[in-house]
Design a protein. Structure first.
Length: 385
């Protein structure tokens, strides 16, 4: 085993709540109001979408069509650059199109039978745009069915105060609010971690919370093996606090069966005076499809029992993850850190002082306001959004 190289869960894709755009010659994070699932491959236009992104959006469009009869705009096909994806054939597209046209015509026929649209019914009737005309916006991906890999919440979500050297893309200091590991001229030293509001090095360099949430997308269309994960990286205190709290509560309530619970990653929004009443989007976690807690725990207990019968050892898996994390000092490799700096540590953060940081709770910079708005100040060691 290589010493100094941290063993982290294998990653096959990324989940973000934003993107990086080029503005005035600089690559800066831009907030979004939905999840985006990508591969780990980039093109000149950005990260290549993962097949699961199109699959989940198609299901959202189909559910909307079944419930309202409104046809959602045509979804983007899978990128040909992604070798593991299967691009829909022309016959598949024509068949799907025919079904949606038939549903639209059926809805219009039922409207004709009821008579003309009056002012009273105009507010309740679902609208259907004619074929060939402008269609509604593509469905927003705001929930993803997931399961976590480990029963221990701290193994699924790793969060620290992190400071990167922007010139070398290497971590300079990583701490948990009590102690930190810092790169100095003498090597790696352990020091007291005072948090980004009190530490002089953090104020000068732009230290802030940085977390990585490893999860599995629980869908039949996800062909990844059982030990592969998608990673949601975030610097938003709302996402970090909410995800960790949810996992701790669910782990306690289920008797330590967190890895067996059917979960759902959700996007939530709120606004505060510090965000100038604009929406702040953050990641949340809950039971899937409104499943009652007692039913979910019953299902998890049965799943744990079945796994034990076939020889699966969840405790040994958690212990292997702990030992893998303990092997190294820093999680990100230099190649990954370069992309992380662009998304989560843009130049504005480096110039921050006196605890002033980026504003709105967003991923892919889960911390960016629109241009022209002012950033807010962290209070009590947390960035409030």
């Amino acid at each position: 085993m290589i010493k100094g190289l941290m063993m982290t869960p294998p990653v096959v894709g990324r989940i973000s709540i934003g993107k990086v755009v080029e503005r005035n010659g600089k690559r800066l994070p831009e907030k979004d109001d939905e999840f985006t699932i990508t591969t780990q491959v980039q093109s000149r236009k950005g990260w290549i979408l993962h097949p699961m992104d199109a699959i989940l959006r198609t299901e959202i469009a189909d559910r909307a069509l079944m419930s309202t009869g409104v046809e959602v705009t045509e979804l983007p096909t899978l990128p040909p650059e992604f070798e593991g994806g299967t691009k829909p054939t022309l016959q598949d597209k024509l068949a799907t199109r025919a079904k949606r046209v038939q549903a639209t015509q059926s809805l219009q026929s039922s409207k004709s039978a009821r008579g003309p649209l009056t002012q009273e019914t105009a507010l309740t009737e679902p609208l259907s745009a004619p074929i060939g005309h402008a269609q509604p916006a593509k469905p927003k991906l705001r929930s993803i069915p997931i399961r976590v890999l480990f029963n221990d919440p701290a193994l699924n979500l790793r969060a620290n105060y992190t400071l990167f050297d922007r010139s070398t893309a290497r971590p300079i200091c990583v701490g948990d609010g009590q102690a930190c590991k810092r790169v100095t001229a003498k090597g790696i030293e352990t020091a007291l971690c005072e948090g980004p509001d009190l530490c002089a090095l953090a104020i000068e360099g732009g230290c802030k919370p940085f977390g990585r949430f490893h999860l599995r997308i629980d869908h039949l269309g996800n062909q990844a093996d059982a030990m592969s994960t998608f990673v949601l990286r975030t610097t938003g205190i709302n996402s970090l606090r909410t995800l960790m709290t949810r996992m701790q509560y669910l782990q306690a309530a289920s008797g330590g069966l967190l890895a067996y619970l059917p979960l759902e990653l959700r996007l939530r929004a709120k606004s505060t005076a510090m965000s100038h009443r604009t929406p702040i989007y953050y990641a949340d976690l809950g039971l899937r499809d409104g499943l009652p807690l007692d039913v979910a725990i019953s299902q998890a207990a049965q799943a744990a029992q079945d796994a034990h019968k076939i020889g699966q050892d969840q405790q040994a898996l958690d212990q292997a993850a702990r030992e893998g994390y303990a092997l190294g000092l820093f999680e990100e490799l230099e190649q990954e850190a370069t992309d992380i700096i662009q998304e989560f540590y843009p130049p504005a953060v480096q110039a921050a002082s006196q605890g002033v940081g980026q504003g709105a709770e967003q991923d892919a910079g889960e911390g960016t306001y629109a241009q022209g708005t002012r950033p807010f100040r962290s209070v009590g060691g947390h960035r409030h959004g």
